[in-house]
Design a protein around this ligand. Sequence first.
Ligand code: FE
Ligand code: FE
Ligand code: FE
Length: 164
Amino acid sequence: MKLNNLNDLFLHELKDLYNAEHQITKALPKMMEQASSDKLRSAFEMHLEETKSQIERLEKVFDILGEKASGEKCKAMEGIIREASDMMSEDADPAVMDAALIASAQRVEHYEIAGYGTLCTFAKQLGIDGEAIGLLESILSEEKDTDMKLTQIAESSVNTKAEK
Ligand code: FE
Ligand code: FE
Ligand code: FE
C-alpha cells in the first residue's frame, strides 16, 4: 500500500487498529481467566464487550468512508499480547498476577489511546464525515476510561494485596 497523502496514512492506521482490536478480543478472555480480583475480572469482561462493539463501530467507519473493512497485522499489539501471555505463564501469587495483568492491560490501552488519538486528529484535519469522527471519539473515550479504571483498581486494592 503506497502512502501518498494523509488520507492514505489515516486508512493505514485505521486498519492497524481494526486488527489490534481483533487481537484484543482473543486476549481478554484469557486475562479474565487469570484474574483473581472480582473487580478486575469484571473490568476485563466489560471491556471485552466494549471491544466487540468497537469492532462494529470501526466497520461502520470503513463503511462511511466507502472502504472495505480490513486489517493490517498490528505487530505492536502482537508483541504486547505476547508479553502478557509470557507473564501469565509465570508461577505468580494470585494478587501479584492481578497486578501484572493490570500492567499488561494498561500497555494495551495506552497503545490504543495513542492510535485513536492520532486517528481523531487526522480525521478532523481531513474533514471526514462527522459521524465517523464521532464513532472514533467514542472509542477513544472508552479506552481512556478503561485505563483510568485499571489504575483505580490497582491503587484501591490489587497493589496493596500484592505487596504482602
Ligand atoms: Fe479497543
Ligand atoms: Fe500497530
Ligand atoms: Fe481497549
